[in-house]
Write a protein that binds this ligand. Structure first.
Ligand code: GTP
Ligand code: MG
Length: 307
């Protein structure tokens, strides 16, 4: 029985159908918006990820660009430094009118890198690799056997320096060059090309002995080359940081203590040894050291001449 005013929903088919349709519509609408929201969210996250990748790429590129810029500035600075040092050395004049070329001698243990240093100085001036002072490729006995003078060529011809290469010193007194020979060579008593005799120093009676050497025959700076391996080698990646590196400073102090020379007379360098091209950083280190060596030699010549 149906009471008046009461709507029997169960019996109202069209109402039921409408209700069902409405429910489906609402459900569908809410499902659709949540899916859309999910998709939108995913899209947003994907954009965000892409943005982060781009941002990172931009930062990397920017960093790389800054590094390249810095490297370029460093290269320009280094080249300018090298040219300034070369110019100064090319304009160098010997402090005595009777001496055309100032003599600098390289001494040190066998295989320390004496001949390689001479080649490195020549390379820095020539702007290419030369190997006039022959270098040993297998460690062992001294490769340089004679007293050999090397001239240094600049842009306008021979520079007023002569670098003298000698046979290496050995711990065993009977091997290598004799300290007496080195001392005689410093004072100009040994003729150029003299072949050292192991265990037998040059006698003043020998025809290779120069009894009355001139100022030009004498050496005004003795450069003692020490292989970095003998003072516990310290690796450094960037040669530009050589003079500011704490590790290298420690090794220089050690060297100063062992050899007994002041810190301002110790120069860390890297020789050209297996390179096929010259390098600005290597050139600057070699020329800086050589500039100091030449000035010490010139001061010493001035002193000797005034005595
Ligand atoms: N890694 C490295 N090797 C070097 C350097 N300088 C020289 N050498 C190498 O050390 C070895 C000896 O070098 P030399 O220049 O012949 O040494 P030296 O003092 O003239 O030797 P002797 O004439 O035999 O007394 C060679 O194999 C060079 O290539 C350097 O700065 N770094
Ligand atoms: Mg040598």
């Amino acid at each position: 029985m149906i009471k008046e005013g009461y709507i029997n929903k169960n019996s109202d088919i069209s109402f039921q159908t409408r209700l069902q349709t409405e429910k489906q519509r609402v459900t569908f609408a809410s499902e659709k918006s949540s899916k859309e929201w999910e998709a939108e969210n995913q899209q947003h996250q994907s954009w965000n990820r892409q943005y982060q990748i781009w941002h990172q790429q931009y930062q990397n590129w920017n960093q790389e660009h800054q590094n390249q810029n810095q490297q370029h500035q460093n290269r320009i600075h280094c080249q300018a430094q090298r040219e300034e040092l070369k110019k100064r050395l090319e304009e160098f004049s010997v402090s005595h009118p009777d001496v055309q070329s100032i003599k600098i001698m390289l001494a040190g243990q066998t295989g320390a890198g004496k001949s390689s240093f001479i080649n490195s100085v020549k390379n820095a001036f020539r702007g290419r690799i030369t190997s006039e002072a022959l270098v040993d490729q297998s460690s062992g006995k001294s490769f340089t056997k004679s007293l050999k003078s090397h001239k240094v060529k600049g842009a306008g011809g021979d520079l007023p320096f002569v670098l003298t290469d000698v046979m290496g010193l050995e711990p065993d007194v009977l091997e290598g060059s004799q300290p007496e020979d080195i001392i005689n060579a410093i004072y100009g008593h040994v003729k150029d090309e003299y072949k050292f005799k192991e265990g037998k120093p040059l006698s003043h009676k020998s025809e290779d002995y120069v009894s009355d050497p001139s100022l030009s025959d004498q050496t005004f700076c003795l450069v003692y080359i020490v292989d970095a391996n003998t003072i516990q080698y310290a690796m450094i990646d960037d040669l530009k940081k050589l003079y500011t590196s704490k590790k290298i400073k420690e090794k220089m102090h050690l060297c100063s203590k062992i050899i007994g020379v002041p810190m301002n007379c110790i120069f860390p360098v890297k020789n050209y040894h297996d390179e096929i091209d010259v390098d600005d950083d290597v050139d600057v280190l070699i020329l800086k050291a050589f500039d100091q060596i030449v000035n010490v030699a010139n001061d010493r010549l001035r002193e000797a001449a005034s005595n």
